[in-house]
Design a protein around this ligand. Structure first.
Ligand SMILES: *Cc1c(COP(=O)(O)O)cnc(C)c1O
Length: 429
């Protein structure tokens, strides 16, 4: 195909030649990095493929179970695929786990008992966990069940506070939670290697403590996962990386047999555990999404790098920086003004396959002090493996962008965001 034809395709989306040329020039400098990401995706693809072969996935797996969901072969084989891919002894992968927060809460509540203590050695966990743990007083929190909580913040340079951790681990410490991705906090995302170092340190202090990793946004970004470096449990959401954009809903926990058994008794009921839970027709999309997840994650990662490279070149600071090594798919861009933030999000939305004709506006979201703007033209509500962007309307007007089921579609959304800023005279190219 001639280059000019490709340009025309973008022109039809409403992207001017000036914007196209500016972005394409930057994109052409990213080839080597993209190649490295492709190699990671290739490795992870073969890992998933092998698990699917070994689990003997067949068309019977796609059958729909109802009621109690006894003998749901597909559900059982999905859980095998997850445990073999991520190197756990067992797994719980269910559409009944409603989201990432639910999966994390499930892992915590089921593996802690009254009198135990939970420790986060990497600072404050993701916002939604405040009420789970009881950091913010809340009905049904771990605190209400007499599970205490301790936290050791990262040092100013983002490194682990080993002395603080040593002081915090005590005879009550039962479960340690490590959040891999920075989420929406300002701290570096932890590499699997770093997580491994932290785990070794904690094991030396207390051998039998349960170590769980909130794996959200990190799956398939590297060739290793936290269970490979000594974690007991990893936990995540199916509407992020491992669902590959196809799983309609769900969460997972993979790890030690005993931890998963505990979780199963809380998800369903003591005595019933993993034996029940109708898959309600979700098995095929969960499996097919898992099959696609390594390349979908790679596409999202490339999109993040492209966005950082374009916006950094225009003088906006990015976290991670454009040329930094990545350990998750989230990109923060500091847009410096409310006009820029709104234009960016409206651009992302207008480049989406769903709801492209609506323009998101800042709104008062429950639980937030400032107005928030969110762009999400997704097939699945709230799916953040699909291209999405959001940010609070306050200094420094940072936007958090993530996802993109295919690289070309992520690219279109990013180009549209810049087109929007350019059309509104907010940037000069
Ligand atoms: C997304 C996310 C969660 C859970 O969020 P849900 O919206 O409940 O799925 C937890 N931790 C991190 C780091 C996340 O990114």
């Amino acid at each position: 195909m001639k280059k000019i034809e490709l340009e025309e395709a973008y022109e039809k989306l409403g992207i001017e030649k000036k914007v196209y040329d500016y972005c394409s020039h930057i994109e052409s400098s990213l080839k080597d990095r993209f190649e490295k990401i492709d190699v990671v995706a290739e490795y992870n693809q073969q890992k998933v493929l092998k698990a699917m072969m070994d689990a003997r996935i067949d068309s019977e797996c796609f059958n729909i179970s109802s009621g109690y969901g006894y003998d749901d072969i597909g559900r059982e084989k999905i859980e095998k695929c997850y445990s073999m891919t991520f190197h756990g002894e067992d797994a719980l992968v269910r559409p009944q786990i409603t989201c990432g927060t639910h999966a994390i809460a499930l892992a915590m509540f089921s593996n802690l008992r009254p009198g135990d203590e939970l420790l986060s050695p990497v600072g404050k966990p993701y916002d939604t966990l405040d009420e789970v743990i009881g950091i913010r007083p809340s009905m049904g929190s771990l605190a209400e069940y007499k599970v205490s909580y301790r936290q050791v913040d990262l040092k100013a340079d983002g490194s682990f506070d080993y002395d603080g951790i040593k002081n915090a681990v005590n005879e009550k410490t039962k479960l340690v939670t490590i959040q891999r991705s920075k989420g929406y906090a300002v701290r570096p995302t932890l590499s699997v290697e770093k997580i491994g170092e932290l785990i070794s340190f904690i094991r030396k202090l207390k051998k039998d403590v349960i170590i769980m990793v909130d794996n959200c946004y990190g799956e398939f970004v590297e060739t290793r996962e936290p269970l490979d470096v000594g974690a007991d449990m990893i936990v995540g959401s199916l509407i992020k990386n491992p669902g590959g954009g196809l799983a309609s809903s769900g969460g997972y926990i993979v790890g030690k047999k005993e931890c998963i058994e505990n979780a199963s008794y809380r998800l369903t009921s003591p005595g019933l555990g993993k034996e029940v839970g109708a898959s309600l027709g979700q098995n095929r999309s969960i499996l097919q999404g898992f099959f696609l997840a390594p390349t979908v994650t790679a596409a999202a990662e490339k999109g993040a790098i492209l966005a950082a490279s374009i916006y950094e070149s225009l003088g906006f600071s990015c976290l991670p920086k454009a040329d930094e090594e990545r350990h998750d798919i989230i990109q923060e861009i500091t847009l410096k003004s409310p006009e820029n933030l709104i234009a960016f999000c409206q651009g992302i939305q207008s480049g989406s396959p769903v709801d492209s004709y609506v323009a998101p506006e800042p709104w008062d979201m429950p639980g937030y002090d400032d107005k928030v703007i969110m762009a999400a033209g997704a097939f699945i509500q709230g799916s953040s493996i699909e291209l999405s962007a959001d940010g609070p309307l306050r200094e420094p007007y940072a936007v958090y962008m993530q996802g993109g089921l295919t690289y070309p579609s992520a690219k279109a959304g990013i180009y549209m965001s810049l087109q929007n800023l350019y059309s509104r005279n907010l940037v000069r190219l």
